[in-house]
Design a protein around this ligand. Structure first.
Ligand code: PEP
Length: 227
């Protein structure tokens, strides 16, 4: 099972040093871009939390896929719900980011998920079809199903609900692109619920936010997935 840590914008330099000094497991960690160099050359692989939809050029504050790849980054998250919400990211922009990432040999973690009152299948189908337009390389693509109402709330759907949604995601991709994909679950995963969540049949792993900043919990989660 894959474990991906989205460290978001949580950590100071001192906290980053503590995490790096105490944690070296076979996972994928996505720190703030400014800290990426400290995370390289460990057992874990490194991802960025977002990439630009542009090539190298005059785009102040952005990070290009080429720069990330040059430095040794292997993955990028795209379409996280916080970026959709606070940066008004559209599916069309997310599509451009995915294409740039794949062109530069980054593996893509595409986040999809519904708000509480959304028509779940309608929203997710649209996110998938628009974000994956003209994409042909599905072997370097992972989908993270992250219901927005579960991120940072301490709430998780039931295993049955997650399994049904993963199945919907896989069927939508098979039907429209003729490909199969790995699907992860993300949203309030912790050391206590991991033993229940890991029983979901069609699941390939977890995208973990806040808890991934806590190396002790992260170790417990990795150990539980080994059992
Ligand atoms: C996330 O934001 O990707 C996430 C999974 O957050 P959390 O685990 O903190 O709910």
């Amino acid at each position: 099972m894959l474990v991906i840590g989205n460290l978001k914008m949580y950590m100071t330099y001192e906290e980053v040093k503590t995490l790096i000094d105490n944690f070296d497991e076979d996972v994928i960690l996505c720190p703030s871009a400014i800290f990426v160099p400290y995370f390289l050359n460990h057992k874990y692989k490194v991802g960025v939390q977002d990439i630009s939809m542009y090539d190298l050029g005059s785009h102040t504050g952005e990070i290009s896929a080429k720069q990330a790849k040059d430095l040794g980054v292997s993955y990028t998250i795209v379409g996280h719900s916080e970026r959709r919400k606070y940066n008004n990211e559209t599916n069309e922009e997310i599509n451009k980011k995915i294409i740039k990432g794949l062109e530069n040999n980054l593996k893509i973690i595409l986040c999809v998920g519904e708000n509480k009152d959304d028509d779940k299948e309608k929203v997710i189908e649209r996110q998938l079809l628009e974000a994956l337009k003209d994409v042909s390389n599905f072997k370097d693509l992972i989908i993270a199903y992250e219901p927005v109402w579960c991120i940072g709330t301490g709430i998780t759907p039931t295993n049955e609900q997650i399994e049904t949604t993963i199945s919907f995601i896989q069927t939508t991709i098979e039907k429209n692109f003729g490909k199969s994909v790995k699907v992860l679950y993300g949203g309030s995963v912790d050391k206590d619920n991991i033993n229940t969540l890991k029983k979901i049949n069609n699941l390939s792993g977890f995208l973990i936010g806040k808890v991934s900043t806590d190396y002790r919990q992260l170790k417990e989660i990795v150990a539980s997935l080994r059992d």
